[in-house]
Design a protein around this ligand. Structure first.
Ligand code: SF4
Length: 283
């Protein structure tokens, strides 16, 4: 991260008893929404009992659009210009993501305006593409005695805007965006900012943005230093709680009702839902 948490270097390797926790921006958002789910997800992965969610049409569509835009972005980074929408569908549209020809045809019908919108948006706003679907790790950040944190994640796309500001943008193929306030205080926003800083250490301005590919609606925030510092403190507190309680069953990992409850895979063991059922609350 760019300030606050202390980073180590390869010449200052942690001692043998050190514990390093690797967390993704997506996991941080899960933690913010429901610490119980964050803990249950991680336990499942550690015990290798995690079952991935079954594939769905929206997921396949999102993945296929991300694949296609990534290929288009990479071509722009190599050749200096984006391909046309026709070229994107001829060369980069991955039909194998879909279970049937009917699904693929429907997906291509839905995806075309998203791709066209994106290509127009980048061109009209004179955005320079600096990175696309790039996986980045922060260095180890010192949290406490023998405790380190690494943030790892993939950037959908990183732009340089005219004037020099960098903008990390998350493509959304669904139908909703967060409000500016929610995006500003999302732990993932501070995490992505840190990942961009890793790529572009001298950047003066790093904006965090989400954009709906279907409509072009966009929300973009510039995190203040206070927000970044508060986010780092929350991340450090989380890592300390994980270190103090490796099973993650303490009060620091309580459930919180949120919009993910409807499709949460931990409903059957969630204390909040169990309590609601006892009181006769219909789900
Ligand atoms: S059902 Fe809701 S409250 Fe319970 S673990 Fe899942 S996300 Fe958290």
């Amino acid at each position: 991260m760019d300030a606050g948490l202390t980073t180590t270097t390869t010449t200052a390797a942690p001692q043998s008893k050190s514990r390093t926790y690797r967390i993704t921006p997506r996991e941080l958002d899960t933690y913010q929404a429901c610490a119980f789910k964050f803990a249950a997800d991680r336990r499942g992965k550690q015990q290798k009992v995690w079952q991935p969610q079954p594939s769905s049409f929206p997921l396949a569509l999102g993945n296929a659009v991300h694949d296609a835009l990534n290929q288009a972005n990479r071509q722009a980074m190599k050749r200096g210009s984006l391909p046309s929408a026709d070229e994107v569908f001829d060369r980069f549209w991955n039909r194998s993501r879909f279970g049937s020809t009917e699904q693929e045809v429907e997906a291509a019908y839905l995806a075309r305006p998203m791709v066209e919108q994106y290509l127009t948006y980048v061109t009209d706003n004179d955005l320079e593409i600096l990175a696309s679907e790039q996986f980045i790790l922060t260095p180890e950040m010192h949290i406490g005695e023998g405790i380190y944190l690494i943030i790892s994640g993939k950037l959908d796309v990183l732009f340089r805007r005219p004037g020099g500001a960098l903008m990390y943008q998350d493509h959304k193929t669904g139908s909703q965006l967060p409000t500016p306030d929610i995006l500003e205080y999302a732990l993932s926003s501070a995490a992505y900012r840190g990942l961009v800083r890793r790529l572009q250490p001298r950047a003066e301005t790093i904006l965090i943005s989400q954009r709906l590919l279907s409509t072009g609606a966009e929300v973009t925030v510039d995190l203040s230093d206070d927000v970044v510092q508060a986010a780092k403190q929350q991340m450090a507190d989380l890592v300390r709680a994980m270190d103090a309680d490796p099973a993650m069953i303490s009060a620091a990992f309580q459930p919180s009702e949120n919009e993910q409850c409807a499709w949460c895979p931990h409903q059957s063991v969630c204390p909040l839902l169990a309590a609601g059922s006892e009181e006769g609350v219909a789900l």
